[in-house]
Structure formats: C-alpha cells, structure tokens
Design a protein around this ligand. Structure first.
Ligand code: 5AD
Ligand code: SF4
Length: 482
C-alpha cells in the first residue's frame, strides 16, 4: 500500500524536486510500455536490519510512483534493487550470488535493470568494485541519498551507463516522499539516523554516519497519519534510541517522546529498537512501567558478559552495571520479556570471558537471543586487534551458547501457558491454513484457529501450550477485542 506521507522536509524543495523526477521516470516507463506492451516491474531485495527494511519501504514507494509494478519473483522483475547490509561478512557475501544471477539474466535480456544500494556501498572500495567488476549493474548508491532514487534512476534510464552516487554523510533528513508499507496494521517509524557510539567491532557508524534525530513534531505527525490509516502498532527505530533528542532545538528525551507518541489515538501498541544499555534512563523505565501501550518487551543488546571484553568493545558498561539495569527493569516490570544480541569470539575473548557471557544468559534468562560469530570489518578498530580467536574455539563456544539459549528460551516461552493475552494478528499461519499467527506484547508469537478477517486485529487469546519458541492458543471470546 502506498501512502504519501507529507511532513515538513528539512531540506526545502527537495521532495518536490524528486517528485518531478518520479513523474519523468513514469513518462519514460509509459513510453516503454507503449513500445513493448509490457509494464516494467521491480523487486527490492533487503538484507540486514529493521533500518534497512524501513529504507526499502521508502525505495518501494518511490519505485511505485515512478510507474513500476511490484513483482515478487526476482527472476521475472525488470528492475532488481538490492538493499545491502555489511554488518557481518556473510551479509556482504550474499549479494554476490544475486549479482551472478543478474549477470546471466541480463545477458539474455539487456533491458533489465540492476541496482545496488545500502550500507555495503558506503564502504571503502565497494563502489569502485561495482564499477570495475560489476559493470552490468546500472545503479549504485548509498544510505544517505536513498530519497534521490528517482533522480538517479532517471539518469540511468536516459544514459544507459552505470550511475553511481555515494555520499560520505549528510546533515539533512528528507522524508516527505512516498513509502510502501509492508503491513497495513503495523509500521516502523524512524526517530534517529546514524550512530555515534563507535563500538569497536561495528561498521554502522562508518556507513550510516553521525546520529541525527527527527523532530518530535514530525514523528508524532507521522504516527497520527499512520493511525488514521489503520496502523495499530508502531516500532520507533534508531541505532540507539536512548540518545534521541541530542542536537535538536527542543529539549526532549526519548522517554518524553514516548509519552507524546502514547497520546496518539488509534495507536494501541508501541515498540522500539534499539536501546543501548549504557544510557537507558530511570525515566524510561518509569514511562514504560506506567504505559498501557508500550509493549512488555525490551531488546537490550549485551554483546558480551565480560567486563574486560565490553571495555575492548567500547560498550561503556560493565557486566555488573548491565545486570543492575536488568534488575531495575524487572523490579519495575516483572512481566518484561528481554531479548538480546551477543557476539561470540571477539578478539581476546578467553574461556573465562565466555563463561561470563554464559553467566549473564543464565541470570537474565532472555526469551530469545541473536547470537553472532565475530566478523572482522575492515576499518573498525577491532579488525586490527592482534588476538583474534581461533575458528574452532569460536564455533565450539557458539554451540555451547546456542544450546543454553534454546533451553532457556523454551522454558521462558512456557511460562505464560494458561493465561489470556492480547495478540495482534499478523498473518495466516504458514503451516496450517486454518490458523492465524499473532504477536503478543512480549514479542512471542501465538498460533491459533482463525481466518483472514482477523488479520490486523488485536484479540484476546488463551495460551494453551508452548511449542518451544511460540504458543499454540485459542481465541478467548470477543470481550475486549477491537
Ligand atoms: N561481528 C559480529 N556481529 C556484529 N554485530 C555488529 N557488528 C558485528 C561484527 N563485526 C552484531 C551486534 C549487533 C547486531 C546488529 O549485529 O550484536 O547488535
Ligand atoms: Fe554499532 Fe554500537 Fe552503534 Fe549499535 S551502538 S550501531 S553496535 S556502533
């Protein structure tokens, strides 16, 4: 679904300029359809995180305004755009397989278009590599200028040459452009862009630039517009949401922003990603605890349980301060579900350090965890640390952590069996056509008998039993449902 969200662009006139290019592209595509009898189609393939998924919704919105029609089959789409991730090496490697496929398809049909954008293109040498090794790629751009897609595409369509535009950074936020939201009932809303933390393993600050906050007025207005469109759940997005507000004219904290978003009628649930443990304030805990709308789930990246490793990671908290924070959160919200990110095999990680990570996992009892094998990223400080951990040690540790995580997650998932909880129905169940899949406030999923008419509704569900990392349930009557 496409909605033209109109907000005050921070770069005056830019949105209108881009709209002009969308119209020009649309005229070119009309002409092509008249010539070939075929309307050009597109597919955006997204790698990586929620920020990239959100960017892809914007890219898709622009492409629809440019006159393209969505095609889910990569082999059939006339224009394939890859929104890349570079946070770990395997994320980068996956792109090349897709480009190989595009090369062979383009040899058969040279009118196809291929574009590559996103974090990986912001890396040193990547754009040059596209020029020299992947000349059949038509369009290359980065993370700071996605709003210029129509203009860049117009250049590609009119010159037939590879068009490249990578910016080192940007101060501006241009947003009153189309977006094609994936779900009608839930939506991501950017609140900050970029990151200033420079964790020593992480490439994000280099590819997404310095942190910039959107104005609270713009954020609230977007939420109001989404609510009017039927959205019930918003996810506020930023690399480090806790530092929201820095650099803005208004004096506002993330907790205060949450209070404002809470006032928006029609928004029934609020989530956010990602808070950094180093500056999660007591004010935020209080706002969460008092709120009817903020979900009882917090994704709180740990990365490592060892204070020594955390220091080398430049995370700016200790094992003890992290555990103390979890203690304050749980004291205020005993039903809070916690999830996390953990890196295994960071340079210099000893068996003792790893034991600390296991210890935190046992103490906190996450309902789920994303675990990653450390991947050196060129240009980050940790990539040149001398004491990289041998591969077999890393794999062995990873397996131990995974085993513990699965055991704890399964135990945590069973805890609420027998209770009735609200679920936002997101989809038909992938396995059983008679069942739907809903998301609980805790972020766990529940499968229960129902039909497509329930999708987008918040309904009470009795959790009958745990399926390991999800629940099987049944609808518990319509009282309190919307
Ligand atoms: N190697 C492994 N994992 C990483 N992450 C970020 N950078 C790296 C890296 N170089 C993980 C962190 C982060 C998540 C998004 O990706 O755990 O929280
Ligand atoms: Fe990367 Fe750390 Fe910023 Fe997260 S907070 S994006 S891990 S530098």
């Amino acid at each position: 679904m496409t909605d033209n969200i109109r907000r005050g662009a921070e770069k005056p006139g830019e949105a209108e300029r881009q709209e002009g290019f969308m119209q020009k592209c649309a005229a070119l595509l009309d002409r092509r359809e008249a010539e070939t009898g075929h309307r050009m189609t597109f597919r955006v393939t997204t790698f990586g995180c929620q920020m990239n998924a959100k960017d892809s919704e914007k890219l898709e919105g622009i492409l629809e305004q440019c006159g393209f029609v969505r095609e889910d089959d990569e082999r059939k789409a006339d224009f394939n755009l890859y929104n890349t991730c570079t946070v770990r090496e395997n994320a980068s490697e996956r792109l090349y397989g897709h480009l190989g496929l595009m090369k062979s398809l383009k040899e058969k049909d040279p009118r196809r278009l291929v574009g590559v954008c996103g974090c990986m293109m912001q890396e040193k040498d990547e754009a040059e590599k596209m020029r020299s090794r992947y000349p059949y790629v038509d369009l290359v751009f980065g993370t700071h200028n996605i709003y210029r897609l129509a203009e860049l595409l117009y250049r590609t369509l009119t010159t037939g040459k590879q068009v490249q535009e990578i910016w080192d950074g940007t101060d501006s936020i241009v947003e009153d452009l189309p977006q094609d939201r994936k779900y009608s009932f839930k939506a991501g809303v950017n609140i900050t862009y970029g990151c200033n933390n420079f964790c020593s393993y992480c490439i994000v600050p280099y590819v997404r630039g310095r942190e910039r906050s959107r104005s609270p007025k713009d954020i609230v207005r977007e939420c109001e517009k989404l609510a009017a469109d039927g959205v019930k759940e918003v996810m506020l997005l930023g690399q480090n949401v806790n530092s929201y507000g820095k650099g803005l004219e208004e004096n506002i904290t993330f907790a205060q922003l949450l209070r404002e978003v809470e006032q928006v009628d029609g928004i029934r649930r609020i989530r956010f990603m990602t808070p950094h443990p180093k500056d999660l304030s007591d004010e935020l805990i209080e706002v969460m605890a008092q709120s009817e709308k903020i979900c009882r789930h917090l994704h709180l990246p740990l990365q490592s349980g060892s204070t020594r490793i955390l220091q080398r990671m430049n995370r700016r908290y200790t094992k003890e301060s992290y555990l103390a924070l979890v203690g304050r959160l749980r004291a205020a919200m005993p039903d809070l579900a916690l999830t996390t990110d953990i890196i295994v095999g960071f340079p210099g990680e000893t068996e003792e350090d790893f034991e600390d990570t296991l210890d935190v996992m046992r103490t906190v009892r996450y309902s789920s965890a994303f675990m990653f094998i450390y991947s050196p990223r060129t240009g980050t400080p940790a990539a040149s640390y001398p004491d990289q951990v041998p591969e077999n040690t890393v794999h062995e540790r990873f397996d131990r952590l995974l085993t513990l995580e699965q055991k704890i997650a399964a135990e945590e998932c069973g805890k609420d069996a027998g209770k009735v909880m609200d679920a936002l129905v997101e989809d038909m169940s992938p396995k059983d056509p008679g069942m739907v899949t809903g998301r609980l406030s805790s972020n766990l999923m529940v499968h229960f008998p129902g039909d497509a008419a329930l999708i987008g509704q918040i309904v009470p569900v009795r959790l009958l039993r745990s399926g390991g990392f999800y629940y099987i349930g049944e609808m518990a009557g319509r009282n309190g449902a919307d």
